[in-house]
Design a protein around this ligand. Structure first.
Ligand SMILES: CC(=O)N[C@H]1[C@@H](OP(=O)(O)OP(=O)(O)OC[C@H]2O[C@@H](n3ccc(=O)[nH]c3=O)[C@H](O)[C@@H]2O)O[C@H](CO)[C@@H](O)[C@@H]1O
Ligand SMILES: C=C(OP(=O)(O)O)C(=O)O
Length: 436
């Protein structure tokens, strides 16, 4: 696969686009198939690098994978090769994505053993696994950490036992991992300060349809009554809310009229409202989002007239995965906004590329940037740049599509990790983008 996008910007786009199935949900759901020896059918699977890698990893450890259509797979985890989990190939492969960490919970639940190599994913700051490991420990798991090759060996020789736990932080993958470990533990597990993103809600819905007994779904207090086994099920992924937010930003930045079809609007939480705070008009029409072509948009202030701050917060707050998009969209707004990325310390450094393109941004420190909107007084200039992480990559792509002239975006594997056939889909809206 080639590794750069060449974009000629400054064109208005028009048309309809349908979001892919949610990447971060898919990584949880596909890990959960390990909880049963029976067949599990998953649909609306996004065809993206991270998800394909996870499926490959499962197949390597013995899961039977039957792709019945482009977005639907049947998985049967009847026999698992536990020895493979200690091999160098496993360490290497799972080190290429973040989601691989979530096969540990189901393996502990079913086989009482698991191994976690240093996971991959975006290099956006420290990404500790403490919440996962401490949660497992509360369920009776012992762990050994090999410092030399960043490898956790987890063992629950006496089986898992339900427990009460108050998480140090509402980690998304940590909560998913602990829930999956606890579904077949003896007795009751209570997780307080649990993450409750739609990804987690969907996971719980799937597990309950497999026979699990989870209550409190959607809240930060989850109760799980252990059951002895789980059966097969069918599950369909929600539309990817991060892709939806990216398309809203794209429409505003390129003054385009775009309809996002089947956007699962009831699951978007505060996302539409945050884009409205930037002055973007959008209409929720049934399950679609219509964004009219807008000559300009003006960032709101707080009620007292002070400068708006957009910051990340665990669900139902605003997801950190859309802050890079909000930031890029603000560069062409009228008005100013402070972007405060509280969770990750290296996710704002990509602003230097936007500054090179002509944006007015002050990076105050690794967590905060002030954007002074250009209000379309002049367009950004196309440049050659490299995509540092998945969301910054798409933010740069949006900038390039709105910019004057040609841009080249390198390292687009980062974008392909999470956005399905993005060039092809954007071309259908009229974008001038090609892989080179
Ligand atoms: C595969 C997957 O699903 N990845 C998502 C998942 O990653 P992941 O599950 O790895 O992220 P976590 O929820 O564990 O935490 C992310 C970071 O935020 C920090 N933190 C977290 C909670 C909190 O209240 N305060 C705080 O500072 C953590 O220390 C960590 O550095 O959730 C992140 C946070 O929504 C998203 O960016 C990732 O896209
Ligand atoms: C940070 C992200 O992904 P990952 O956790 O897979 O690195 C993301 O999806 O924005």
């Amino acid at each position: 696969m080639s590794s750069a996008f060449e974009v000629r910007g400054g064109h208005r786009l028009k048309g309809e686009i349908t979001p892919q199935g949610a990447k971060n949900e898919a990584l949880q759901i596909i890990s959960a198939i390990l909880l049963t020896p029976e067949k599990v059918t998953i649909s609306n699977i996004p065809d993206i690098l991270d998800v394909n890698l996870l499926i490959e990893l499962l197949s390597d450890i013995g899961v039977e994978v039957n792709r019945i259509s482009r977005d639907t797979c049947e998985f049967t985890a009847a026999r698992i090769d536990m020895a493979y989990l200690q091999s160098p190939e496993f360490k290497k492969k799972s080190g290429r994505l973040r989601g691989s960490v979530m096969i540990a919970g189901p393996l502990l639940a079913r086989f009482g053993k698991a191994y976690i190599p240093k996971p991959g994913g975006d290099k956006i700051g420290r990404r500790r696994l403490d919440t996962h490991i401490i949660g497992f420990e509360k369920l009776g798991v012992r762990f050994v950490y090999d410092n030399d090759d960043n490898f956790f060996r987890l063992d629950a020789a006496d089986g898992l036992k339900g427990a009460y736990m108050l998480l140090d932080e509402p980690s998304v993958t940590g909560t998913a991992n602990i829930i999956m470990a606890a579904v077949m533990a003896r007795g009751t597990t209570t997780i307080y300060n649990a993450a409750c993103e739609p990804y987690i809600q969907q996971l719980c819905k799937m597990l309950n349809s497999m026979g699990a007994r989870i209550s409190g779904v959607g809240s930060n207090l989850i109760t799980i009554e252990g059951v002895s086994s789980l059966k097969g099920c069918s599950h369909s992924m929600l539309p990817d809310m991060i892709e939806i937010g990216s398309f809203i930003g794209l429409a505003a930045m390129t003054q385009s009229e775009i309809t996002i079809r089947n956007a699962g609007v009831e699951h978007l939480g505060i996302i539409p409202e945050k884009f409205r705070q930037l002055g973007i008009r959008l209409e929720l029409k049934g399950n679609d989002i219509y964004i009219p072509a807008q000559e300009s948009y003006e960032i709101q202030t707080f009620l007292d007239g002070s400068i708006l701050t957009v910051y990340d917060h665990p669900w139902p707050g605003f997801t950190p995965d859309l802050l890079s998009i909000v930031l890029v969209v603000a560069t062409q707004a009228r008005g100013s906004v402070m972007i405060h990325q509280k969770m990750f310390e290296s996710r704002l450094f990509f602003v230097d590329k936007l500054i090179d393109m002509g944006a007015q941004i002050v990076l105050c420190d690794p967590h905060r940037a002030v954007v002074i909107g250009l209000g379309r007084q002049h367009l950004l200039r196309g440049i050659t740049m490299s995509s540092p992480d998945i969301r910054a990559g798409v933010a740069l792509l949006i900038a390039a599509l709105s910019a004057e002239g040609k841009s080249t975006i390198q390292n687009i594997e980062q974008i392909d990790r999470g956005y399905q056939y993005i060039d092809e889909r954007l071309r259908k809206l009229g974008a001038d983008i090609k892989r080179v």
